[in-house]
Design a protein around this ligand. Structure first.
Ligand SMILES: *Cc1c(COP(=O)(O)O)cnc(C)c1O
Length: 235
Protein backbone atom coordinates (compact mmCIF):
# COMPACT_ATOMS: atom_id res chain seq x y z
CA UNK A 1 0.00 0.00 0.00
CA UNK A 2 1.65 3.22 -1.16
CA UNK A 3 -0.07 5.75 1.08
CA UNK A 4 1.98 8.68 -0.24
CA UNK A 5 0.99 7.91 -3.85
CA UNK A 6 -2.66 7.36 -2.92
CA UNK A 7 -2.73 10.63 -1.01
CA UNK A 8 -1.25 12.48 -3.97
CA UNK A 9 -3.81 11.04 -6.32
CA UNK A 10 -6.72 11.86 -3.98
CA UNK A 11 -5.46 15.42 -3.58
CA UNK A 12 -5.29 15.81 -7.35
CA UNK A 13 -8.79 14.41 -7.77
CA UNK A 14 -10.11 16.82 -5.10
CA UNK A 15 -8.42 19.75 -6.85
CA UNK A 16 -9.83 18.69 -10.23
CA UNK A 17 -13.35 18.34 -8.81
CA UNK A 18 -13.05 21.78 -7.20
CA UNK A 19 -11.92 23.25 -10.52
CA UNK A 20 -14.89 21.64 -12.34
CA UNK A 21 -17.27 23.05 -9.74
CA UNK A 22 -15.67 26.52 -9.81
CA UNK A 23 -14.63 26.19 -6.19
CA UNK A 24 -11.31 27.13 -4.59
CA UNK A 25 -9.03 24.09 -4.10
CA UNK A 26 -8.84 24.80 -0.36
CA UNK A 27 -12.65 24.80 -0.05
CA UNK A 28 -12.54 21.06 0.61
CA UNK A 29 -10.86 19.32 3.54
CA UNK A 30 -9.77 15.70 3.27
CA UNK A 31 -10.65 13.61 6.32
CA UNK A 32 -8.55 10.42 6.19
CA UNK A 33 -10.74 7.63 7.55
CA UNK A 34 -8.32 5.48 9.52
CA UNK A 35 -10.73 3.07 11.25
CA UNK A 36 -9.26 -0.46 11.50
CA UNK A 37 -5.87 0.78 10.22
CA UNK A 38 -2.82 0.76 12.50
CA UNK A 39 -0.87 3.75 13.84
CA UNK A 40 1.88 3.04 11.29
CA UNK A 41 -0.49 3.79 8.41
CA UNK A 42 -1.61 6.98 10.14
CA UNK A 43 2.00 8.01 10.71
CA UNK A 44 2.74 7.44 7.00
CA UNK A 45 -0.13 9.76 6.02
CA UNK A 46 0.93 12.32 8.62
CA UNK A 47 4.46 12.29 7.19
CA UNK A 48 2.88 13.50 3.91
CA UNK A 49 1.09 16.35 5.67
CA UNK A 50 -2.28 14.63 6.17
CA UNK A 51 -3.14 15.49 9.78
CA UNK A 52 -6.91 15.08 9.95
CA UNK A 53 -8.28 11.59 10.61
CA UNK A 54 -11.68 10.00 11.13
CA UNK A 55 -12.52 7.11 13.45
CA UNK A 56 -15.86 5.30 13.86
CA UNK A 57 -15.51 3.88 17.34
CA UNK A 58 -14.58 5.63 20.55
CA UNK A 59 -12.92 2.53 21.98
CA UNK A 60 -10.67 2.00 18.98
CA UNK A 61 -9.74 5.70 18.92
CA UNK A 62 -8.96 5.72 22.63
CA UNK A 63 -6.46 2.91 22.18
CA UNK A 64 -4.98 4.21 18.94
CA UNK A 65 -4.69 8.00 19.30
CA UNK A 66 -1.93 7.89 21.97
CA UNK A 67 0.16 5.80 19.53
CA UNK A 68 -0.22 8.31 16.68
CA UNK A 69 1.65 11.54 15.89
CA UNK A 70 0.63 14.21 18.41
CA UNK A 71 -0.15 16.75 15.72
CA UNK A 72 -2.92 14.55 14.29
CA UNK A 73 -6.50 15.80 14.73
CA UNK A 74 -9.54 13.54 14.95
CA UNK A 75 -13.20 13.49 13.96
CA UNK A 76 -15.68 10.92 15.24
CA UNK A 77 -17.75 9.67 12.28
CA UNK A 78 -19.55 6.64 13.78
CA UNK A 79 -22.62 6.38 15.96
CA UNK A 80 -21.98 7.58 19.51
CA UNK A 81 -23.54 6.01 22.60
CA UNK A 82 -24.31 8.22 25.59
CA UNK A 83 -22.01 6.28 27.88
CA UNK A 84 -19.03 7.11 25.60
CA UNK A 85 -19.63 10.87 25.40
CA UNK A 86 -17.09 11.69 28.06
CA UNK A 87 -14.28 9.96 26.16
CA UNK A 88 -15.51 11.35 22.84
CA UNK A 89 -15.38 14.94 24.11
CA UNK A 90 -11.83 14.34 25.27
CA UNK A 91 -10.51 12.52 22.18
CA UNK A 92 -12.10 14.30 19.23
CA UNK A 93 -11.83 17.83 17.86
CA UNK A 94 -15.22 17.38 16.19
CA UNK A 95 -18.08 14.88 16.48
CA UNK A 96 -19.70 14.42 13.04
CA UNK A 97 -22.36 11.94 14.13
CA UNK A 98 -24.79 13.78 16.41
CA UNK A 99 -28.15 12.21 15.60
CA UNK A 100 -30.54 12.98 18.48
CA UNK A 101 -31.38 15.67 21.00
CA UNK A 102 -30.66 13.28 23.88
CA UNK A 103 -27.16 12.62 22.56
CA UNK A 104 -26.56 16.33 21.98
CA UNK A 105 -27.63 17.06 25.56
CA UNK A 106 -25.24 14.45 26.92
CA UNK A 107 -22.35 15.81 24.81
CA UNK A 108 -23.21 19.31 26.02
CA UNK A 109 -23.12 18.12 29.63
CA UNK A 110 -19.76 16.39 29.21
CA UNK A 111 -18.29 19.39 27.40
CA UNK A 112 -19.44 21.61 30.26
CA UNK A 113 -17.65 19.34 32.76
CA UNK A 114 -14.53 19.47 30.59
CA UNK A 115 -14.97 23.27 30.38
CA UNK A 116 -14.65 23.38 26.61
CA UNK A 117 -16.80 23.96 23.56
CA UNK A 118 -17.59 20.91 21.43
CA UNK A 119 -17.83 21.40 17.65
CA UNK A 120 -20.29 18.98 16.06
CA UNK A 121 -22.03 18.14 12.81
CA UNK A 122 -25.59 16.85 12.73
CA UNK A 123 -25.86 13.53 10.90
CA UNK A 124 -28.78 13.21 8.51
CA UNK A 125 -30.26 10.00 7.14
CA UNK A 126 -31.11 11.60 3.80
CA UNK A 127 -32.76 8.56 2.22
CA UNK A 128 -34.60 7.34 5.31
CA UNK A 129 -32.78 4.00 5.36
CA UNK A 130 -33.91 1.77 8.22
CA UNK A 131 -30.39 0.38 8.67
CA UNK A 132 -28.76 3.79 9.21
CA UNK A 133 -28.34 6.24 12.01
CA UNK A 134 -28.98 9.93 11.48
CA UNK A 135 -31.73 12.48 11.78
CA UNK A 136 -34.78 12.32 9.55
CA UNK A 137 -34.74 15.74 7.81
CA UNK A 138 -38.09 16.84 9.27
CA UNK A 139 -37.04 15.93 12.77
CA UNK A 140 -33.78 17.82 12.42
CA UNK A 141 -35.63 20.95 11.32
CA UNK A 142 -38.02 20.57 14.25
CA UNK A 143 -35.26 20.13 16.86
CA UNK A 144 -32.66 22.50 15.46
CA UNK A 145 -33.55 25.54 17.56
CA UNK A 146 -33.35 23.45 20.72
CA UNK A 147 -30.04 21.90 19.68
CA UNK A 148 -28.74 25.38 19.02
CA UNK A 149 -29.59 26.46 22.57
CA UNK A 150 -27.16 23.94 24.12
CA UNK A 151 -24.41 26.31 25.24
CA UNK A 152 -21.35 24.04 24.80
CA UNK A 153 -22.41 22.60 21.46
CA UNK A 154 -21.06 24.40 18.38
CA UNK A 155 -23.08 23.32 15.35
CA UNK A 156 -20.74 23.55 12.36
CA UNK A 157 -22.92 21.86 9.75
CA UNK A 158 -24.35 18.59 8.47
CA UNK A 159 -23.02 15.14 7.63
CA UNK A 160 -24.50 12.23 5.71
CA UNK A 161 -23.76 8.69 4.59
CA UNK A 162 -26.08 8.18 1.60
CA UNK A 163 -27.22 4.76 0.37
CA UNK A 164 -24.43 2.63 -1.05
CA UNK A 165 -24.30 2.79 -4.85
CA UNK A 166 -21.84 1.45 -7.41
CA UNK A 167 -22.45 4.40 -9.73
CA UNK A 168 -21.40 7.63 -7.97
CA UNK A 169 -23.85 9.67 -10.03
CA UNK A 170 -26.67 7.92 -8.20
CA UNK A 171 -25.49 9.52 -4.95
CA UNK A 172 -25.78 13.04 -6.40
CA UNK A 173 -29.46 13.65 -5.47
CA UNK A 174 -28.68 12.70 -1.86
CA UNK A 175 -25.75 15.11 -1.68
CA UNK A 176 -27.92 17.83 -3.21
CA UNK A 177 -30.62 17.10 -0.63
CA UNK A 178 -28.13 17.58 2.20
CA UNK A 179 -27.01 20.90 0.75
CA UNK A 180 -30.60 22.09 0.49
CA UNK A 181 -31.26 20.96 4.04
CA UNK A 182 -28.25 22.95 5.21
CA UNK A 183 -29.75 26.03 3.58
CA UNK A 184 -33.04 25.42 5.42
CA UNK A 185 -31.10 25.06 8.69
CA UNK A 186 -29.28 28.32 8.04
CA UNK A 187 -32.64 30.06 7.64
CA UNK A 188 -33.83 28.71 10.97
CA UNK A 189 -30.60 29.63 12.74
CA UNK A 190 -30.17 32.96 11.00
CA UNK A 191 -26.49 32.11 10.64
CA UNK A 192 -24.31 30.27 8.14
CA UNK A 193 -23.30 26.64 8.68
CA UNK A 194 -19.83 26.28 7.19
CA UNK A 195 -19.50 22.49 6.90
CA UNK A 196 -21.07 19.81 4.71
CA UNK A 197 -19.40 16.43 5.31
CA UNK A 198 -20.30 14.12 2.46
CA UNK A 199 -18.56 11.88 -0.06
CA UNK A 200 -16.45 8.75 0.50
CA UNK A 201 -13.93 6.81 -1.64
CA UNK A 202 -16.48 5.91 -4.31
CA UNK A 203 -18.22 9.24 -4.73
CA UNK A 204 -16.25 12.14 -3.23
CA UNK A 205 -15.87 13.96 -6.54
CA UNK A 206 -19.63 14.09 -7.05
CA UNK A 207 -20.01 15.26 -3.43
CA UNK A 208 -17.54 18.09 -4.08
CA UNK A 209 -19.52 19.15 -7.14
CA UNK A 210 -22.58 19.33 -4.87
CA UNK A 211 -20.87 21.43 -2.21
CA UNK A 212 -19.02 19.11 0.18
CA UNK A 213 -16.51 20.90 2.42
CA UNK A 214 -15.29 17.70 4.13
CA UNK A 215 -14.82 14.44 2.22
CA UNK A 216 -14.26 11.27 4.26
CA UNK A 217 -11.94 8.92 2.41
CA UNK A 218 -10.72 5.59 3.78
CA UNK A 219 -10.32 2.79 1.23
CA UNK A 220 -8.84 4.94 -1.56
CA UNK A 221 -6.11 6.08 0.83
CA UNK A 222 -5.36 3.14 3.13
CA UNK A 223 -6.65 0.22 1.05
CA UNK A 224 -9.39 -2.27 1.90
CA UNK A 225 -10.30 -2.73 5.53
CA UNK A 226 -10.10 -6.17 7.13
CA UNK A 227 -13.46 -7.88 6.76
CA UNK A 228 -13.69 -8.91 10.42
CA UNK A 229 -15.53 -5.74 11.19
CA UNK A 230 -19.16 -5.20 10.25
CA UNK A 231 -19.48 -2.28 7.89
CA UNK A 232 -22.77 -0.98 9.22
CA UNK A 233 -22.43 2.57 10.53
CA UNK A 234 -21.50 2.57 14.18
CA UNK A 235 -20.70 -1.13 14.16
C1 LIG B 1 -15.85 4.01 6.79
C2 LIG B 1 -16.47 5.34 6.57
C3 LIG B 1 -16.02 6.21 5.55
C4 LIG B 1 -14.94 5.84 4.56
O1 LIG B 1 -15.41 4.97 3.58
P1 LIG B 1 -14.50 4.54 2.33
O2 LIG B 1 -15.49 4.02 1.37
O3 LIG B 1 -13.56 3.51 2.83
O4 LIG B 1 -13.80 5.75 1.84
C5 LIG B 1 -16.63 7.44 5.46
N1 LIG B 1 -17.60 7.83 6.30
C6 LIG B 1 -18.07 7.04 7.28
C7 LIG B 1 -19.14 7.53 8.19
C8 LIG B 1 -17.52 5.76 7.44
O5 LIG B 1 -18.00 4.97 8.43
Amino acid sequence: MDIAANLNSIRQRIAAACARAGRAPDAVTLLAVSKTHPPEAIAAAAACGQLLFGESKVQEAKAKIPLCPGKARWHLIGHLQSNKCRDAVELFQLIESVDSLALAQEINKRAAVAAKPMPVLLEVNVAGEASKFGYAPERLLAELAELNRLPRLEIHGLMTVPPYVTDAEKARPHFRRLRELKEQCEQILGAPLPQLSMGMSGDFEVAIEEGATIVRVGTALFGARPKLQREAPGA
